[in-house]
Design a protein around this ligand. Sequence first.
Ligand code: PGA
Length: 256
Amino acid sequence: MRTPIIAGNWKMYKTVSESVDFVRELAPKLAPFSGVERVVCPTYLALTAVADALKGTPIHVGAQSVHWEAQGAFTSQVSPAMLKGIVEYVIIGHSECRAYLAETDEQVNKKAKAALAAGLKPIIAVGESLEQNERGETAAFVSAQVRAALVGLTPADMANVVIAYEPIWAIGTGRNADGATANKIIGGTIRATLIELYGETLAQSVRIQYGGSVKPDNMAEFMAQPDIDGALVGGASLKVNDFVALVESAARTKGV
Ligand code: PGA
């Protein structure tokens, strides 16, 4: 049984003090749902303060990106070694990083490898554009993104990898994929690709999230799908009550 994982991607929202206040309120409310892994991904600036505020709670912390080099002349970047000890997870390949920061498949792969080598757990995001979706290219494109992201990753690495399927046209738009369609890509394309790469047993153990306009009122639809193991959530993770409702819905729907 794969443990469901709900990660809040806060993007460029919340100051340090807002982030700390938020998790202080959130943590006790999420405490009862121990069958669901719960992760918050604040801005870099708030990571240390949030990690400190969450010490002794079951809530995990993730970063929103990472560089692949250990150190160097890379203005604005943060290395895996710098994140180690503060965060457990790191989002890699988010479509906003791919679109606005020109993150390539090759860089996603380098970042994933570097994160894993430092003991961090990557949440690797993939997903097609609206145009690709309308042209019927979703399966081929998403499968290729997954393959490119995982080049050189060993079966042992895969135990620490989470994949997030986020159709770009569903992110922040209020226009979510329906549960069955998302499950078809997650199971029929992403998990099928993992089976080709790593075999059935390992592929069945990897957690794959859905992301894109996930809200308390559509969460159960996604969590009811057999291949969807949680959600990567932007907007709805910025409100305490919505975050709690998402986790509560995952716990109830998955029966954990
Ligand atoms: P959204 O963002 O939930 O606001 O659509 C999801 C994401 O970008 O991870």
